[in-house]
Design a binder for this molecule. Structure first.
Ligand SMILES: *[C@@H]1O[C@H](CO)[C@@H](O)[C@H](O)[C@H]1NC(C)=O
Ligand SMILES: *[C@@H]1O[C@H](CO)[C@@H](O)[C@H](O)[C@H]1NC(C)=O
Length: 873
């Protein structure tokens, strides 16, 4: 008891330290950026400061190039023959010239980045600027294609210019490769660049949605959202400060974005000049959006129509922004009511039209932002198909107190389509196959044929309905419109699949796959074969050619196009395009270099995956499913979750594939349909009740988790009765406390016990009989991420105490009888078993798998069992 005061003092001291620790962390990192800030003065032999004081680093020798490449005499550093008065010397005076493909490799952190490319098409040595046609890629994105800086500069009437892109560096990549490829067909072609800038941006600035904000609405697709997901790249086309000055990069909110003045983008009707309300200098209140969304200046200046009500209600406030056709655009409109008159809801209301379509009616900035002086923005996505400009029309609402409009700033971004952002050179007409009248009629025929093929699979009624629909719309619309109309998911007829996914001709597909060369087959199934193919300039794709004649296949074909063309997410396999020529049913996907998850777990002779990699893959796949369940407007139930439908790309990123069986469902209303799925993965409650819910996917995913842990088939007929079904067997082992015995022997000693416990807990909760007791995919993602963290921490601690050495976790090993480890294991097990009881409502099974039973014979039997099942694959 003598020590009590000392104890109290020390406790306080520790609390004090802890407090300091926490506050220090908070104040040091107000936000997690900028992390990457690279400014490379290409072609320069020394570091230079630019006019704005930013330091640009030298390119020769370059930190970002492998030395052998540099010496390979196909790239030169050069200075421009002359520099126009206006061009800033840094970075425009020097350039790097490329005579063959060349890659800069930038070390970066994962997350979204600005990539800015600077061009000054002048004469360098003997290189004539008009000869330079080239491609530029960043990671998997094509930024520029057959690009002529010379033509662009001419059309802009500028000697130099910068192009800004937003690309996402996804885990686990730690590099961003930017590659320049001279156009091979042009004679004596070369590529060049004057400067490259890479700068981190906040993760929710343009991607996803800021807290409390909704994702962009898809104009023309009533009440649909268009998520800017991390596998899309953006190109900044316009960034305008309405009614204000052009804001130089240095005055941005720290991200070096340039804001131009409205220039010629405003269309003045009837000589009625837009009104520029005198700007305010009172501080703004950023209560709705990130403070760095745009500089305060943007929100403190604006353009309106003026105070003639009679004029305003007969006109629109119109802006026109030139854009490339054939792409989706993200349009961000910045608003802030700062005039003293406008303070209440109803004071100023207007409608927003984008691309001549109603984007939103009754816009009331005060209502959206919560008051005068509070900045807000609105995001829209629009597809521009047959125009070369994007129009924004604001129309005042007659019934508001001041029938007028306001606009403070506009940003327009081009959204990548199948990883491509490149438009044609100025003056070059872009091919728009769907608008070509001659092609139209032949295409209509083909689509009609396909539709009949579909109809036979889905019943006479459908045929009749579809013929009626087809006749009704045959003058204007295509197959997809009618299909969509029938399925009643899009209220407006649309050409969505063509909007965001490409239509290939059969000859393109034949070229890509070397005439469906058998050598290129990478997968076979009941549906048909999957080929590896190459399209465009060397991008590898997977080409799935569905067998003809099967009604089921045809349905799934359409389902896949419909689903996938609307879904873009890192953990879902993306659809690049399709081909329906001559009744073919061909789907073109991104190529997944590492094949199926199953092939890396058992039965294929591949090297076994490490435990951490398996965890990462499980987290990725779980995210993919969570996205299907909760990330899209109409929840999608996959219905066929299994290890062969989880694919791995060259970076081992897991992507969920095969939506052939998917159904759009509403999460809380069960969908009653024919039971489908794969034996061994099938949710028993769904099989009994035929009521499909998203929890059926959760069950199947639980089976996947056990498969990953135990490296055996979900159903193995060669095993004893009680072992045949993996899910049942795993649950039995858990309840008997022997689950550690069925773990993949390769993983012995490699799983941290706390991670193991969490993992088994998640898997077990997924395969619970009653679906209401199963977690949601969101919970699964969270728990698996936690399991991964536990493993990483344990690995790190082990590496520290045992640098360079081999370490293992003896706790799971069957032969180990180290007391210390046993007690540690049991304690951690007991602690969280209390959690388990309260949070998961688990019972005896949750507790019992924690007690380690040591019976080496059983273990050996199990291992040899799973070894047998492996060899008999
Ligand atoms: C305003 O623009 C929209 C979309 O372009 C158009 O439909 C509407 O008729 C215009 N209204 C007026 C008064 O010009
Ligand atoms: C590249 O662009 C030029 C100029 O616009 C055009 O004439 C040429 O056909 C294009 N080449 C290819 C391969 O697209």
């Amino acid at each position: 008891m003598k020590n009590l005061p000392v104890l109290i003092i020390t406790s306080f001291y520790f609390l004090f330290l802890l407090y300091n620790c926490i506050t220090a962390v908070n104040s040091d990192t107000p936000s997690n950026f900028p992390v990457d800030n690279i400014t490379l003065d290409c072609g320069s032999l020394s570091d230079h400061d630019a006019d704005d004081g930013r330091k640009w680093i030298k390119d020769e020798p370059s930190k970002f190039v492998q030395t052998q490449v540099q010496r390979a005499n196909t790239t030169y550093c050069s200075t421009a023959k002359s520099l126009t008065n206006w061009a800033p010397k840094v970075p425009y005076f020097t350039a790097r010239i490329f005579r063959s493909p060349f890659t800069y490799s930038f070390p970066v952190t994962p997350g979204p980045k600005f990539v800015r490319l600077y061009f000054y098409p002048a004469q360098y040595q003997d290189f004539d600027a008009s000869k330079a046609y080239f491609h530029v890629t960043a990671g998997s994105f094509t930024l520029l294609k057959n690009f002529s800086a010379n033509l662009v500069a001419k059309s802009l009437n500028q000697d130099f210019f910068m192009r800004e892109f937003c690309v996402n560096v996804v885990q686990p990549n730690k590099r961003l490769d930017i590659t320049f490829v001279p156009q091979s067909s042009a004679d004596y072609s070369y590529a060049f660049v004057n400067g490259i800038e890479i700068f981190s941006m906040p993760a929710d600035l343009y991607y996803g949605a800021q807290e409390g904000m909704t994702p962009p609405s898809f104009v023309g697709h009533s009440s649909q959202f268009f998520d800017i997901t991390e596998e899309l790249a953006l190109e900044t086309i316009w960034r305008v400060n309405m009614g204000g000055r052009s804001i130089p990069a240095n005055d941005d909110t720290g991200m070096y974005r340039k804001w131009s003045d409205q220039g010629n983008s405003i269309l003045v009707t009837d000589n009625h000049l837009p009104f520029n309300p005198s700007h305010v200098t009172k501080p703004l209140e950023y209560s709705k959006i990130r403070k760095d969304t745009a500089p305060a200046e943007v929100y403190q200046t604006a353009l309106s129509m003026g105070n003639s009500t009679a004029y305003n209600i007969r006109h629109n406030f119109t802006c026109l922004f030139p854009v490339d056709r054939g792409f989706n655009y993200l349009v961000r409109l910045h608003f802030c009511e700062f005039e003293d008159l406008i303070t209440k809801v109803g004071d100023r209301r207007f409608s927003i039209y984008i691309g001549n379509q109603m984007a939103r009616e009754y816009v009331d900035i005060i209502e959206f932002s919560g008051g005068n002086g509070i900045p807000i923005f609105q995001d829209y996505v629009i597809y521009i198909d047959n125009k070369d400009s994007l129009s924004i029309d604001l129309h005042p609402n007659e019934n508001s107190r001041y029938p007028d409009t306001i606009l403070n700033g506009v940003e327009v971004f081009k959204i990548s389509k199948s990883g491509n952002l490149a438009g044609p050179n100025p003056g070059q007409q872009q091919a728009t196959p769907f608008l070509n009248a001659a092609e139209k009629s032949t295409k209509k025929k083909k689509k009609t044929t396909l539709f009949i093929a579909l109809g036979t699979g889905t019943g006479l009624l459908v045929i009749i309905v579809s013929w009626v629909v087809l006749w009704a719309v045959r003058k204007k619309k295509f197959f997809y419109d009618s299909y969509k109309g029938k399925s009643n998911r899009l209220s407006k007829a649309s050409s969505l699949p063509e909007d965001i996914c490409r239509r290939f001709s059969l000859s393109e597909i034949e070229t890509a796959t070397n005439d469906f060369d058998d050598e290129l087959v990478i997968g076979r199934g009941g549906f048909g074969n999957v080929f590896r193919g190459v399209i465009d300039i060397g991008s590898t794709v997977a080409v799935k050619r569905c067998k003809r004649g099967s009604g089921q296949g045809a349905r799934e074909f359409v389902t896949e196009i419909e689903m996938l063309s609307q879904l873009r997410y890192l953990h879902l396999v993306s659809l690049i395009g399709y081909c329906d020529d001559d009744g073919e049913m061909i789907l073109v996907y991104e190529y997944m270099a590492n094949g199926t998850l199953r092939d890396h777990i058992y039965g294929s002779g591949n090297d076994p995956l490490s435990w951490t990699r398996r965890l990462e893959i499980c987290v990725g796949a779980a995210r993919g499913l969570d996205y299907l369940h909760e990330g899209v407007r109409n929840p999608i139930i996959h219905r066929d979750v299994k290890t062969t439908n989880i694919l791995l790309d060259d970076n081992w990123v897991a992507k969920v594939s095969d939506f052939g069986l998917s159904r759009i469902g509403v999460s809380d209303t069960a969908v009653n349909t024919l039971v489908k799925g794969t034996f061994g993965y099938l949710d028993p409650e769904y099989a009994r009740s035929q009521q499909l819910t998203d929890k059926s996917d959760v069950y199947s995913f639980g089976v996947v988790l056990f498969e990953v842990l135990c490296a055996r088939k979900p159903v193995d007929g060669k095993l004893e009765d009680d072992q045949r079904n993996l899910a049942y067997w795993a649950l039995k082992c858990i309840s008997e406390g022997t689950v550690q015995n069925i773990v993949d022997p390769f993983l012995m000693g490699k799983i941290a016990p706390e991670c193991f416990k969490k993992f088994v807990e998640v898997a077990q909760s997924c395969v619970r009989e009653q679906r209401i007791r199963r977690p949601t995919m969101r919970d699964v993602v969270g728990n698996l991420e936690f399991a991964l963290t536990l493993q990483e921490h344990a690995d790190e601690a082990n590496r520290e105490t045992n640098p360079g050495g081999v370490y293992s976790y003896p706790e799971l090993s069957f032969h180990d009888s180290n007391d210390r480890n046993v007690s540690r294991y049991e304690i951690s097990g007991l602690q969280s078993s209390t959690n388990d009881l309260s949070s998961l409502g688990s019972n005896e099974t949750g507790l019992s798998f924690l007690s380690v039973e040591r019976e080496s014979n059983t273990a050996n039997n199990m291992f040899s069992e799973s070894a047998t099942s492996r060899s008999t694959q």
